[in-house]
Design a protein around this ligand. Structure first.
Ligand SMILES: [Fe+2]
Length: 269
């Protein structure tokens, strides 16, 4: 199974596999978790990148991001003007859904990554992209991970679903099934849409992390299909371009219960 999908690449950026941030780490020792995550000595420039990204997204997301994402973001009460401490984010997640944060040096080997998810621990980077990469970064950074991923993990049903993805991935031995599971991950955690009472909204972080993809995803140029794991698992995706098909969950109850049904039908849970 490939490493966790990260962010959408704009159409004008060529693939570049040479970035060391894109090489998954195979762990030889456990990651620091929760209060063991030390706050780095960020430069004023790095803090300003966080401030800039936060301000940009805060303007874009109302009316586009899912109610559940915005509620989670508000409950996390992340600093707008400085990079949050992973230890503090971990404490807030733990109080809400029992999840914790581990500090990862970068992309993780898939088995290591899903092993942490299965234990309700989210591996999170603590470095931030450069100013040249405000719109796009080839690997996750702490803005992608903290701002983009942790708000949904504040939602109880999404939090349970996310753990079950990890458990199912660890149990998976069949490459074809792994591909289906990766597609389900991609089209939900990273590129999912949800039907909120007020309309179609984004909860996938691959979209939320990209202002271009955020604007593109809700247009009629993108075909929307109701999430059905058996069908979503068959839908190929292209990591280098904006998506032209996205899948919509009715609710996070539906997402979790349909995923569990699918995973059980394949002996993964
Ligand atoms: Fe991600």
């Amino acid at each position: 199974m490939p490493s966790t999908p990260t962010v959408a690449r704009p159409d004008d950026v060529p693939p570049d596999g040479s970035d060391p941030r894109c090489i998954p780490h195979k762990l030889t020792a456990p990651l620091p978790v929760g209060d063991a995550c030390v706050y780095p000595a960020y430069t004023p420039e790095e803090q300003d990148v966080w401030r800039t990204l936060y301000a940009r997204l805060a303007q874009l997301l109302p009316g586009r991001a899912a109610d559940e994402f915005l509620t989670g973001l508000a409950a996390l009460d992340l600093d707008h003007d400085k990079i949050p401490a992973l230890a503090e984010v971990s404490r807030r997640l733990a109080r809400a859904t029992g999840w914790r944060i581990a500090r990862t040096p970068g992309l993780l080997d898939a088995h290591d990554f899903f092993g942490y998810l299965a234990q309700r621990i989210f591996p999170c980077t603590d470095y931030i992209r450069s100013r040249r990469e405000l719109e796009y970064t080839p690997a996750p950074d702490c803005f992608h991970d903290i701002f983009g991923h942790t708000p949904m993990i504040m939602h109880p049903r999404f939090a349970d679903f996310y753990q079950k993805i990890g458990q199912a991935a660890l149990a998976c031995r069949d490459p074809a099934l792994e591909e289906g599971l990766t597609r389900i991950y991609w089209f939900t955690v990273e590129f999912g849409l949800v039907q909120n009472p007020s309309g179609l909204r984004i909860f996938g972080n691959g979209i939320i992390s990209s202002s271009g993809e955020t604007l593109h995803s809700l247009t009629p140029k993108v075909e929307k299909r109701r999430f059905v794991p058996e069908l979503t698992a068959r839908q190929p995706y292209d990591i280098w371009h904006f998506q032209d098909v996205l899948w919509v969950v009715d609710s996070f109850d539906q997402l979790e219960s349909d995923f569990v049904r699918w995973a059980k039908s394949h002996g993964l849970l």
